[in-house]
Ligand binder design. Sequence first.
Ligand code: ADP
Ligand code: MG
Length: 287
Amino acid sequence: MLMPISADQVRSLHPYELRILLSLEHLMKRFEWVPLEMIGGATKFSEGELGYRLGRLIANDLVRYQKVPYEGYALVFNGFDALALHTLTERNTVTALGSLVGVGKESVVYEALGLSPVILKFHRVGQRSFHAVRLARGYLPDEGHLPRIFASVYSADREYQALKLLHPAVKVPLPIDRNRHVVVMSLIEGPLLNRAVLPDPRTTLDEILVHVQTAFHRGAIHGDLSEFNVMVEGGDCYLIDWPQWIETTHRNAEEILRRDVGNILTFFKRKFGIDRSPEEAIAEVIA
Ligand SMILES: Nc1ncnc2c1ncn2[C@@H]1O[C@H](COP(=O)(O)OP(=O)(O)O)[C@@H](O)[C@H]1O
Ligand SMILES: [Mg+2]
């Protein structure tokens, strides 16, 4: 998996290179591989300048070039990361990129500095789930070519919407900003639930179910809830990782809610021997 570009790389990006990246981003709505003439037309750079700048972008792995089936250029995730970081830096949302926190199924997560320590979640929708997402959800057009990069933008946007809808009624990270496929949110300082030491697991379980209930009453079901998407900070539990949330009006809402609650109950049963009836827990959430 490609790593996001370094902060230095973003700073050293030449204005012409930035302009090429932006043109490519725009043209990729129409071309999977953008022909050289189109980039030339959009940027108005001379052939020599364009060749030199594209060469540098390719060497830095921000842009890819392919010869078949037709000659063209495309932004790759690194290039997209650079554009998002550039924008977030210009807005002063981010002043410095910190260390890698984790590489998830569908994301690369970094610490960063803004006004306070923040988390940058770079969404990376995989090829397989991209197809699944496109079929299962209403919010992606289901025809035509849509690169994974743009699917990742939808994914980040969905997550950001959930955080805005739920914070602070539900304990979720504070949504700070979003650009392209990157969500900026507050840093939760603590382990994931699966590794947390819990002095009083019953209370923790109750707390999580109250969050699920409050989210439900605001119209949202997490959709991927488990001990790997709950973080424990001090005595508080935070629900993270929201891109796949669904509205409570979704036709599979009940089934998905059952699965979410089931995952949590299974974890507390296996690890702490707490036996709670799923039916009662669901009834409480919906009540
Ligand atoms: N707000 C946050 N504060 C601290 N760590 C976070 C935060 N959000 C995510 N992480 C870390 O990044 C990992 C991956 O994030 P997550 O949102 O679960 O995405 P994925 O879909 O890749 O699982 C988490 O397991 C957690 O370790
Ligand atoms: Mg996760």
